[in-house]
Design a protein around this ligand. Sequence first.
Ligand SMILES: Cc1cc2nc3c(=O)[nH]c(=O)nc-3n(C[C@H](O)[C@H](O)[C@H](O)COP(=O)(O)OP(=O)(O)OC[C@H]3O[C@@H](n4cnc5c(N)ncnc54)[C@H](O)[C@@H]3O)c2cc1C
Length: 383
Amino acid sequence: MSSPFNFDRVVLSDAYDPLRQEVREFVSPFRDTWSGWKIAHTWGGIDKEFSKAVGAKGWIGMTWPKTYGGAERSQFERYVVVEELIAAGAPLAAHWVGDRQTGPLLMRYGSEDLRQSLLPRIVSGELTFCIGLSEPNSGSDLASVRSKAEKVEGGYRLNGQKIWTSGAHVSDFMIGLFRSGADKDAPKHAGLSQFLIDMRSSGLSVRPITDLTGEHHFNEVHFDNVFVPDNHLIGEEGNAWKQVVSELAFERSQPDRFLSCFVLLPMLIDELGTPDRLAKRRVGESVADLIVLREMSLSILGQLEAGKVPAQEAALVKDLGNTYEQKQPALVRELIDAAHDIRPSHTLSDALGYLTQSVPSYSLRGGTREILRGIIAKGLGLK
Ligand SMILES: Cc1cc2nc3c(=O)[nH]c(=O)nc-3n(C[C@H](O)[C@H](O)[C@H](O)COP(=O)(O)OP(=O)(O)OC[C@H]3O[C@@H](n4cnc5c(N)ncnc54)[C@H](O)[C@@H]3O)c2cc1C
């Protein structure tokens, strides 16, 4: 039976090597000052000053038009920058959502005045965005969100609650999903709209949720008659479902979906020194899996560049990528325990401590394992 999935090969040529080298040289002095705990956060870590330094290099919004401050470089160049930064454990979260999601969303659906006012500030690393999708009773079943936007003179009034909002407490804006504009009997995918919300708006409150690692990363965000002006509606009223779904192929197939624990691997190899047969085999298997995931991810990028939306292939990469990432801390522990003469460095222990606690969340964020497997099953004609 031929595969229903398309993974045509895309090879990154040597032409990208100078850029790769430039990123390595840029990040190296920063990296020397970061703790193991910090590098383990990598793209989930917030460091606004570092994001501004990345912006000054022209590496945020680097594929966007020059009129909005972008550099009109290719998606492949962006890929090289992103994979090098994540591989180094760089904290990217202060600009991550703006670069990966909000900028492209505004370019497709935002008004011209929003594009002009926000995109150059995303490019400079100045603005931080959060994603307001999940609600207390709407996670996987996102179309069931109940927070409401009601049309009023000159804009909309928002009421309701979001939950698990990463970085809401340090964000300038949220892109939030609200129910609006459809009558109550309309299908639940209809009547959803996306809004740009200023996090300093009156009536908006952010409450912390402490996660398993003891950190404040998540939040509840409450809306009590929060006003947003008309031009903060993103795209068409009632059309947000299509807009949200089209963002997901990008969100689910990039290096962040399989490199979240990568920092452990080079540290482990360094500390093992001369590895024994077991270490060679186990590290070799891990690198082989990584190469396959990277090939799949690059193939999806090639399809996105060609204007396709490979949503099922992206679900496959995220599910396999998360499964791979989740095994990394256990692999490192196993090999360190097996090498009796090694005492792991403070940096490795620190990174391992954080990642051991945070990996369970990888198969929840950005779509749970079961939901992804449902999408894959549809692609196989099993559903
Ligand atoms: C680290 C992290 C960061 C996050 N950041 C954000 C953020 O910034 N903004 C935001 O809006 N949300 C965020 N989330 C929330 C995340 O999107 C949700 O946790 C996720 O969508 C699952 O929703 P839920 O927690 O309500 O679980 P539920 O949807 O209630 O699911 C519970 C369990 O039931 C399973 N399940 C549900 N429906 C089905 C089905 N139809 N078939 C089979 N199994 C099913 C799920 O797979 C899961 O195992 C984040 C989550 C994490 C872990």
